[in-house]
Write a new protein. Structure first.
Length: 87
């Protein structure tokens, strides 16, 4: 139980530090160069990445559910003899 608490605490500290760094970097980059207007050409690539990632995730989930619903994930029981193989 103590190990889990330590791992969760360290994970929380890491995520908080990463979020703090991200906010700082975003604010600092907003004041550099041409500011936020310089990011306009990037948005189509960001949107394309989001759409591609969502399509891949949706396709993989569909395959997982299709496989499960059609019995492809069922175990194979090799201990039962085939009909006509009673020796």
């Amino acid at each position: 139980m103590r190990g889990t608490t330590i791992i969760l605490t360290l994970t929380g500290v890491f995520l908080l530090a990463f979020a703090t760094f991200t906010v700082w970097a975003t604010m600092a980059l907003g004041r550099m160069g041409s500011g936020w207007s310089g990011l306009i050409p990037i948005w189509p690539y960001v949107a394309g990445g989001v759409v591609a990632t969502a399509a891949l995730a949706g396709g993989l989930m569909w395959l997982a559910f299709y496989s499960a619903n059609h019995g492809y994930d069922d175990g194979v029981d090799n201990h039962d003899p085939e009909p006509g193989d009673e020796d």
